[in-house]
Structure formats: structure tokens, C-alpha cells
Design a protein around this ligand. Structure first.
Ligand code: NAD
Length: 510
């Protein structure tokens, strides 16, 4: 591991186009910029050095209610839901182009606020524009079905928007997680009240300014800032919200599901994971080592689908682990603005302490720490940096094997045969993602089909496509985002029956 130091990024210059009201980054509600009803604010920080970079409005329940009412009016009385799909799509294509035109700015805002290296935020910004493009295209494609029924009836379905959608997202992909929610919802004709993480609201507010510039109708997109316990809870519990879509931790997902029972609103949950990466002895060695590193250390392990459990065939174990540790120790850790940086910081001091407590738990439970495990000092001491960490000699019952750490901590498990590999892979409450590395194509398919996970890879790790569904089995979530599945999740299906033989039926009172 090599520490990369860098002078602090110039926050004022990077955030130049982020809207302000009285010097505070505001919320976007009903087409207007507003501060919190009670005037509360919060400082948001750069996790690479702990410095405050902006003061943002800290909304509360009253602000969430105002945004819900604005959205309700926009859906019930505004033009969005009845606008032709082609017109909605045209606006969404323009938005995609606007994100591309401001790509560098979005990259820099998210690197400043989240800490991840520029090469990662570049991927996020490119993908964000393409996600809008994908759903703009999908808006005008056929969505219904026709049915051959026994009666003289023309029977068919149409997909209609659900209505007001509450959307709550985490901090690990600030721009991209917001876009994954907004793009399908808007394409299908819904209106949105989005709450970004309180730690990383800046790129979402910059995005809201693009919606304003492009003259999306007022109230179609609303962004409320503030804590989950007040703003998030209000969105999930409100009887005026028709759907709640959430990405975040499994514990929070459970509470949102409970809140959503108030009016039995539609619900989508994208939750945590502890995903297995199974490597057989016959795999391409260098490829498997490479993706094992990418699977866990991309975004400093703060990825829901991270390959946080490396499940190695015993005959391969020693050679594989040796190379893995050698390469992990070469990872350049530092400020995401330095082009040399390969891994950035943990999002906050609170989360860093959480990750450290897992590292301590691993040591106490008797796992062998092969590398890392420490906070970085020297020029990185003011940031939330943790060295790439690998544990070996684990057993399935350990907390570091079962619980989501959401940091740069890999645990190695060892297997002898295929059945044991599958059993270990499925042995957590999660089922988000998983991968297998082998040159035996039949074995690859057998193992993948037995894996209880929603997103799987063979001989690769992490590629994610706007075109393909994203979501988890078991306690990793409910429903799917992206692809046509993600679009369908923002629609109601209406059955329409047209009587082709218009005559009295004579059933009653003849
Ligand atoms: P979190 O659950 O703490 O917070 C996520 C969002 O929910 C934030 O906006 C937060 O303010 C809000 N929130 C918190 N408590 C709430 C409540 N009681 N009611 C309503 N909203 C509430 O998660 P986090 O720490 O921000 O993100 C990390 C988690 O997100 C990890 O578990 C990770 O696996 C998960 N995640 C999942 C996916 C996926 O696609 N499955 C993607 C990214 C992250």
C-alpha cells in the first residue's frame, strides 16, 4: 500500500455552479429553491481531509411534506403524466446531453464529496447520462400486451405511471444512485421526491439545477435534503406517496418496509450484500487475482455488490493469496483528485470507525490478518483512510464473514469441492451478487445456477449495465432496478376490455 498525498481540492471552484440561497445549498421543491422551514443547516465534508466544503439546508418532516404536496399537484394536475411519451423522452435525452456537457464538473463534485478517485466518478457520470438515454428510449417502446379471450372482447393492457414516488439513496454513488431512481420513474410518467444521503447531496442538487434549466414542469422532480429518520421516514410513511424506492442498508430497508404499510404503497428495496467470489483451481490465474482485487477494493469496498468473500479452492489457496497480498500492498491510497490514486477514503469518521470495529472483531475471532487493518497516518491522517485489508483462516460463523462491512476488507474462505463452494457461497442472509472463476464452462454454469443471488458474473466481477436488471435475492432486497424490469417497477398495469358485441346481456330481471 502506498500513500498518495495531494493538496486540498478547491471546493469553491468545483462547486461554483451548485445553487445557493443566502450562501446555503438549498432544496429543490415545486420548481423553486428553498431552505429548510426551520432554517437548519449542515456542513458537508471532503472525506479525504475532513474539511467542510459546503453548508447545505437540513430539511425536516415539514420540508418533506411540502415536497410531497408539490409532487402530488404536479402529478394530479400537471402536464407530465399526460404528456406524450415522445415529449417526455425528448426532455430526458436533453438531460442526458446536459450531463455529458457537464461531465467533468459532476466527476469533480462527487470526488470532492465522496472521495472516490476521478476514474471512478468518470464512470459514474458517463453511466448516469447513458441511464437517462436508455430510459428515454424505452419510454416510446411497446409496453402492453393483447390477449385472446373467449368472449367477444378486445382485451389488452397498458402501463401507467404509479404517481408520486419517494426515492431514498445512499452516499456510495451519489450521482448514479439518484439517476437509477429518477430515469425510469420519469420515463414512465411519474413524479419524484428524491432524498440523497445527508453526507453527499451536492451532485444531486447540481442535477436538479439541470432539470430547472431544461424547464421540466415544476414539481416533477423535487429534491429534499436531511436525515433519514425525519425526511426519509416521512416519504416512506406518507399516504400521499404512491411508491417508495430505497437503496441503502438492510436494517433501514426493514424500517422503510414497515413505514410503507401505512397506505400499502408499492415498494422497491436495493439493500446490502456479502457477495461470494468463487475461484476454482482451473481459473485463469492472473484474471482471477485481478478481479478479486477489483471486486473488493473498487470504491474502497463501499459497494453493495462488493466481492467481499473470496472463496478459494484449497489447491490454489497459497499461491493465490500470496499474489493477492503482494498486489493489495501496492494499491495507491489517497486523495481522489490525484491521478495516481487507486483507492480513496471511507465516507466519514463514523463509518471508518465501524469498519475498524469489524477489523478488531476479525482479529478477536481468530482470523489471520494478512495485510492492512490499519488507519493511514502521515499526510493522510486528516482523512478517513484505511489500508486494503485481507483476512485469511476464517470460519463461516465469524462476524466478518457474515456481516456487511462496506469497506476495503476481504475475507478468504477455502473449499475442496464444488458442492462445498456452493454451500459457502450461499451461507449468509444476503443474496445480491456473486461470481465464479473457472475455465470449465459447464461447471461455471452449474455453480452460477445454484447461487442464490440476483446479479452474477462468470470470469469477471462488477460490470453493471443499464440494460440488465439489478437487485437481490433474500435479504438483499425486493424488486429490480435497471433494464425493462426497472421501468416496469415504476408502472401500474391496467387491463382494458372492449366489448365487441354491444347488446344487453339479459342476466338479471328479464
Ligand atoms: P443507510 O441505509 O444508512 O442510508 C441510505 C439512505 O436512507 C440515506 O439517504 C439515509 O438518510 C436514509 N435513511 C436512513 N434511515 C432512514 C429511515 N429510518 N427511513 C428512511 N430513510 C432512512 O445506508 P448508507 O450507509 O447510506 O449506504 C450503505 C448501504 O447501502 C449498504 O448497506 C449498501 O449495501 C447499500 N447499498 C445497496 C445498493 C444496492 O443496489 N443493493 C447500492 C448501494 C448501496
Amino acid at each position: 500500500m502506498q500513500a498518495v498525498s495531494h493538496p486540498p481540492a478547491n471546493a469553491d471552484e468545483i462547486l461554483h455552479n451548485v445553487p445557493r440561497v443566502d450562501g446555503v445549498v438549498p432544496m429543490y421543491v415545486g420548481g423553486a429553491w428553498r431552505l429548510a422551514a426551520d432554517g437548519a443547516t449542515r456542513d458537508v465534508c471532503n472525506p479525504a481531509n475532513g474539511l467542510a466544503i459546503a453548508t447545505v439546508a437540513e430539511g425536516g418532516a415539514a420540508d418533506a411534506e411540502a415536497a410531497i404536496l408539490a409532487a402530488r399537484r404536479a402529478f394530479d394536475d400537471g402536464p407530465w403524466g399526460t404528456m406524450s411519451a415522445a415529449d417526455r423522452a425528448a426532455l430526458l435525452f436533453k438531460l442526458a446531453d446536459a450531463i455529458d456537457a457537464h461531465r467533468e464538473e459532476f466527476m469533480r463534485i462527487d470526488t470532492l464529496n465522496n472521495g472516490k478517485p476521478l476514474r471512478e466518478t468518470e464512470y459514474d457520470a458517463v453511466d448516469a447520462a447513458n441511464c437517462f438515454r436508455y430510459y428515454a428510449g424505452l419510454a416510446t417502446k411497446p409496453h402492453g400486451q393483447t390477449f385472446d379471450v373467449p368472449a367477444p372482447s378486445q382485451t389488452f393492457t397498458v402501463r401507467e405511471p404509479i404517481g408520486v414516488c419517494g426515492q431514498i439513496v445512499p452516499w456510495n454513488y451519489p450521482l448514479l444512485m439518484a439517476v437509477w431512481k429518477l430515469a425510469p420513474a420519469l420515463a414512465a410518467g411519474n413524479v419524484c421526491v428524491l432524498k440523497p444521503s445527508e453526507l453527499t447531496p451536492l451532485s444531486t442538487i447540481r442535477l436538479a439545477a439541470l432539470f430547472e434549466e431544461l424547464e421540466f414542469p415544476a414539481g416533477v422532480v423535487n429534491v429534499v435534503l436531511g436525515p433519514g429518520a425525519t425526511v426519509g421516514h416521512t416519504l416512506a410513511a406518507s399516504a400521499l406517496v404512491d411508491k417508495i424506492a430505497f437503496t441503502g442498508g438492510t436494517k433501514t430497508g426493514r424500517s422503510i418496509m414497515h413505514d410503507a404499510t401505512s397506505n400499502l404503497k408499492k415498494i422497491s428495496l436495493e439493500l446490502g450484500g456479502k457477495s461470494p467470489n468463487v475461484v476454482f483451481a482451473d481459473a485463469d490465474f492472473d484474471t482471477a487475482v485481478d478481479y478479486a482485487l477489483f471486486g473488493i477494493f473498487a470504491n474502497a469496498g463501499q459497494v453493495c455488490s462488493a466481492g467481499s468473500r473470496l472463496i478459494l479452492q484449497r489447491s490454489l489457496h497459497d499461491r493465490f493469496v500470496e499474489r493477492l497480498v503482494e498486489r493489495a500492498q501496492k494499491i495507491r491510497v489517497g486523495d481522489g483528485f490525484d491521478p495516481q490514486t487507486e483507492m480513496g477514503p471511507i465516507i466519514s469518521p463514523v463509518h471508518r470507525e465501524r469498519v475498524e470495529s469489524y477489523i478488531r472483531a476479525g482479529e478477536e475471532e481468530g482470523a489471520q490478518l494478512l495485510c492492512g487493518g490499519n488507519r493511514l497516518g502521515g499526510p493522510l491522517a486528516s482523512g478517513n483512510f484505511i489500508a486494503p485489508t485481507i483476512f485469511d483462516d476464517t470460519s463461516p460463523g465469524m462476524r466478518i464473514v457474515q456481516e456487511e462491512i462496506f469497506g476495503p476488507v476481504l475475507v478468504v474462505q477455502t473449499f475442496d469441492d464444488e458442492a462445498q463452494a456452493v454451500a459457502l457461497a450461499n451461507d449468509t442472509v444476503y443474496g445480491l451478487a456473486g461470481a465464479v472463476f473457472t475455465n470449465d464452462i459447464a461447471k461455471a454454469h452449474r455453480v452460477i445456477r445454484k447461487m442464490r443471488a440476483g446479479i452474477t458474473w462468470i470470469n469477471t466481477y462488477h460490470p453493471t449495465y443499464n440494460e440488465a436488471p439489478w437487485g437481490g435475492y433474500k435479504q438483499s432486497g425486493i424488486g429490480r432496478e435497471l433494464g425493462t424490469y426497472g421501468y416496469d417497477a415504476y408502472t401500474e398495469v391496467k387491463q382494458i376490455n372492449v366489448n365487441l358485441d354491444v347488446a344487453p346481456s339479459g342476466w338479471f330481471g328479464q
